[in-house]
Design a protein around this ligand. Structure first.
Ligand code: 5AD
Ligand code: SF4
Length: 481
């Protein structure tokens, strides 16, 4: 995307009404303000972006960094030394919220000492009215607040903040458009997340995501394809297709297409080496998807298939729309079709009304599905969700005790599953020089596990066969084959 130079522009010109032209205008305008401040301070301005939560947020933060870079900020600084700090927040569990308030509190004196410093807040937490009320009342020193639907307007809001000198708040209840072609600064040169859809329509009863990320919207397949082609030209070997529920991709498009069809199109992209995706809702996982995975060597043999609970009774209360039996049947079908598949999951412990018997059902699913790994969560009550008003909230000590038992089971099985691949040769995407030993490099297997083996940094970004000589529990040691 071409940059506009603010100094050479008609400064009284009206901003364009269409996107992304409008944002390019405001990037240039904000760049003008940044330059003024640079002159005043006698040095370049710096920014720190802190990300909480999931891969969607990580991707959004890359967009924030891209825009910050074009506004003239040097990114990648620590919060302490930056002139602008932005928190891209998560609200899926309460402790994510608490962390943000904690960090904000400690920034109060940081800002008092240097009043030119600015604080921005965005992401899921900002979509909650009570949060914004609290910020307005008790955190007056925050400069900029926006939500999940208007992240593309970051530059416009920054320009507004520079002009007014006052707190700018812009929260949209829903998204009316998907803005393409804005800048992004990638964390890795060789792999990238790619949004294929936004929002969620499932309304699992514990989950706040549908309220803060809005209804499901899919990107046009052509736009996705174009983005990936450009990424590949830029050296990307692996893409992770991102959506809350990728299996319902494309259903709401003017010309509907299935997720499996999208995968087929992406698989054709020359130069792309690996395709990953997450998250798959078990209720929507189609036979067509299993077939495409079987037929497409670029698609990693990995499925993240959140089960949440093993008890049909609890699953029903969670509004998950599958049973323990149907989930296990699906697992069996997938394993039969793709024997080397790696399965991972999310599990919530302590959903309201969960009894010891319900919990035993969860342990039973864990033993039967034999996950490569599982993310385990303590149930967290989210105001506004149907589950929050259910009576019989599970006592914390009971919840924690169950959580520990579950973790032990999950880890025991993970170790066993991991060891199965010992001795085999697998394709590995080299990601970095090993943190522990500079003569070793670290690569990622298709199943997401890491392997450390002798090598140098020139291999970063390439896909090479590696023999997994020793399983170390949750990672391997290996050697190039
Ligand atoms: N409490 C605990 N875990 C939750 N998750 C979503 N909402 C909650 C909640 N209220 C978990 C689910 C989901 C993952 C991203 O976060 O397991 O799959
Ligand atoms: Fe939340 Fe369920 Fe949607 Fe996942 S599928 S984001 S758990 S509502």
């Amino acid at each position: 995307m071409g940059n506009i130079d603010w100094d050479k522009m008609d400064q009284n010109a009206k901003p364009p009404v269409t996107e992304p032209e409008r944002q390019r205008f405001f990037i240039a305008k904000a760049r003008g303000y940044v330059k003024e401040m640079e002159k005043r301070l006698g040095r370049p301005l710096t920014a720190a972006v802190t990300t909480f939560g999931c891969q969607m947020n990580a991707k959004d933060s890359e967009k924030l960094k891209g825009i910050l870079g074009q506004m003239g900020y040097i990114t990648g600084k620590t919060e302490e030394e930056a002139d602008f700090v932005i928190f891209n927040t998560c609200t899926v569990r309460e402790n994510a919220n608490l962390k943000v308030y904690g960090r904000l509190g400690s920034l109060k004196s940081w800002k008092k000492d240097h009043p030119h410093r600015m604080i921005g807040l965005c992401g899921c937490m900002m979509q909650e009215e009570t949060v914004v009320e609290k910020l307005k009342k008790s955190y007056r020193y925050v400069d900029l607040i926006f939500g999940t639907h208007n992240i593309f307007r970051f530059a416009e809001l920054m320009a507004q903040r520079f002009e007014s000198g006052e707190m700018v708040i812009d929260i949209w209840e829903k998204a009316d458009q998907i803005v393409e072609d804005l800048p992004a600064e990638r964390k890795y040169s060789f792999k990238s997340g790619v949004n294929i859809m936004f929002g969620c329509n499932n309304f699992c009863s514990y989950c706040i995501v549908p309220y803060v990320r809005g209804r499901e919207r899919s990107r046009e397949p052509e736009a996705i394809q174009k983005e990936i082609e450009e990424l590949v030209k830029d050296g990307v070997a692996e893409v992770m297709l991102l959506g809350q529920n990728v299996n319902s991709y494309g259903k709401t498009l003017e010309h509907p297409i299935s997720f499996a069809q999208l995968l087929r199109r992406i698989h054709e992209i020359e130069g792309l080496k690996r395709i990953r995706f997450m998250t798959s809702h078990p209720k929507d996982l189609s036979d067509e998807l299993i077939q495409v995975m079987q037929e497409s060597p670029k698609i990693c043999r990995h499925l993240h298939l959140p089960v949440q609970s093993g008890s049909t009774r609890i699953l029903q209360k969670m509004n998950r729309r599958y049973t323990k039996e149907s989930y296990l049947e699906l697992v069996e079908k997938i394993r039969k079709a793709i024997p080397d598949i790696s399965l991972t999951t999310d599990i919530i412990v302590g959903f309201p009304g969960e009894t010891e018997e319900d919990f035993q059902e969860t342990l039973d699913v864990v033993r039967k599905a034999r996950y490569d790994s599982a993310f385990t969560f303590l149930y967290s009550k989210r105001t506004g969700t149907p589950a929050a008003v259910l009576e019989e909230q599970v006592e914390e000590t009971v919840m924690k005790e169950r959580f520990n038992r579950l973790l032990q089971e999950v880890q025991t099985i993970s170790r066993e599953v991991c060891a199965v691949h010992e001795g085999s040769v697998q394709e590995v995407l080299v990601e970095s020089v090993s943190e522990q030993d500079a003569s070793m490099i670290t690569g990622r297997l298709g199943n997401n596990l890491l392997v450390h083996f002798p090598g140098n940094r020139e291999k970063i970004g390439s896909l090479i066969p590696v023999k997994l000589t020793k399983c170390m529990g949750f990672y391997y040691l290996g050697e190039e084959n």
